[in-house]
Design a protein around this ligand. Structure first.
Ligand code: NCD
Ligand code: ZN
Length: 394
């Protein structure tokens, strides 16, 4: 299948020019000006063409919690947000602790065919906090293990898991939370566990990725560890940049102004590798009963564009770097750049028109957002995966 996108503002981490992109057989084949092909053409005049986004941290709730989200609704929500690849967390029902569950998810996602799906496996079997024997039975296409939403409290178990991850070339994604401290102070709870997980990563030389870093101190520990050569990458979630001092229930909580300023500085200085949404859809009922989380995959680009680029903190090149290039690098895929030979995965966006976020327009089953009614810039018009349009506004 061929596709020619013409007359767009072509932007990725390293380039920004007006021109065309030609995709053939799923791959970017030509980039330039005045390209002419006898194939389907999308006129992107007045729009910006970016590599589509890759989300390292997403909850699609399938299997078992599909009243909140399923692979189909999640995939469509991702595509609407400009994403074509997602990394699904393991806190499903059953918990994703074996290849049967991984393969169920991957096969279903493939059949739906809207976005590329990677499935994370839990660090301990069924989140029991102790047993890691299932890690020996994983196939190579499982690239990440994580106890998201939980973390592993027993340091000895975490060390053993990191050793196994290192041996098999996997990344450990850390949701840093010391549960015995959460009820006392969520900030201390995050900071203590960030520090511990970094110390264990330094000891084991395992690759770790810190999920949804929200405090200044946590980011400071990560920067310090990076300077020492610890193999750590990290992500920041859009809501931890776009909000301050807000009690909308999410884990980790929304922090203060000083934290947000520090996280933005860490992005500017290249310490924060990635933006991930922590897309956590819930039903109205569950949200009322206190479930933490934000349905965030449909609003991520607009929030980041508005808060980071429009407000002058970073360039659009930099935003593309942290939403696409670096996330692709962390997952080890040839995506996230507009480059010959790379996958033809693109997002066409209108960055000039202001619009209002409405939870009613979400295609995710989760309408839980603190951003409804907020005015933003950065509207995704079309999402293209492998040269195929997987989302179109009109
Ligand atoms: C997550 C969820 O809903 O799965 N919620 C959240 O607020 N991030 C789980 C979690 O990380 O606590
Ligand atoms: Zn988490």
């Amino acid at each position: 299948m061929e596709l020619l996108i013409k007359n767009g503002r072509i932007v990725d981490w390293s380039q920004d020019f007006y021109g065309d992109v030609y995709i053939n057989d799923g791959v970017i084949c030509e980039i330039g000006k005045n390209l002419n092909k006898n194939c389907k053409i999308i006129d992107a005049k007045g729009s910006t063409v970016l590599p589509s986004f890759i989300d390292l941290h997403v909850h699609f709730r399938d299997p078992g919690l599909t009243y909140k989200e399923d692979i189909e609704s999640g995939s469509l929500a991702a595509a609407k947000g400009g994403y074509t690849m997602v990394n699904l967390m393991a806190n499903t029902n059953p918990v994703c602790s074996n290849m049967d569950t991984v393969d169920y998810v991957l096969e279903k996602a493939k059949k739906i065919g809207v976005v590329d799906v990677h499935q994370v496996v839990s660090i301990t079997n069924n989140f029991d906090g102790k047993d890691i024997s299932h890690l020996d039975k994983l196939k190579p296409y499982v690239r990440v293990i994580s106890e998201d939403g939980k973390d592993v409290m027993d340091s000895k178990v975490m060390i053993a898991a990191m050793v196994k991850a290192k041996e098999s070339g996997r990344i450990v994604m850390c949701h840093c939370e010391e549960h015995s401290l959460t009820g006392i102070d969520t900030r201390m709870s995050e900071n203590v566990m960030t520090w511990r997980n970094l110390a264990l990563a330094q000891f084991t030389e395992c690759k770790v990725h810190m999920s949804h870093v929200s405090t200044k101190e946590s980011m400071e520990y990560i920067i310090e560890a990076k300077k020492k050569g610890v193999k750590v990458t990290c992500e920041v979630a859009p809501h931890h940049i776009a909000l301050t001092d807000n009690d909308y229930r999410v884990n980790p909580p929304i922090r203060g102004k000083e934290d947000v300023e520090f996280l933005i500085k860490a992005i500017q200085d290249g310490w924060a590798d990635a933006i991930s949404t922590d897309h956590a859809p819930h039903s109205v009922e569950d949200k009322k009963n206190g479930s933490p989380g934000i349905s965030g995959i449909e609003t991520a680009f607009a929030l980041c564009y508005t808060k980071l680029v429009k407000e002058g903190h970073i360039t659009l090149n930099k935003l593309s770097e942290i939403m696409s290039k670096n996330t692709a690098r962390i997952m080890g895929v040839e995506k996230g750049q507009i480059k010959i030979g790379y996958d033809g995965d693109l997002a066409i966006v209108d960055i000039d028109k202001e619009y209002e976020i409405s939870h009613e327009a979400f295609v995710s089953k989760g309408k839980n957002t603190p951003f409804s009614g907020m005015k933003v810039y950065g509207d995704v018009i079309k999402t293209i995966k492998g040269g195929k349009v997987v989302f179109s506004k009109n």
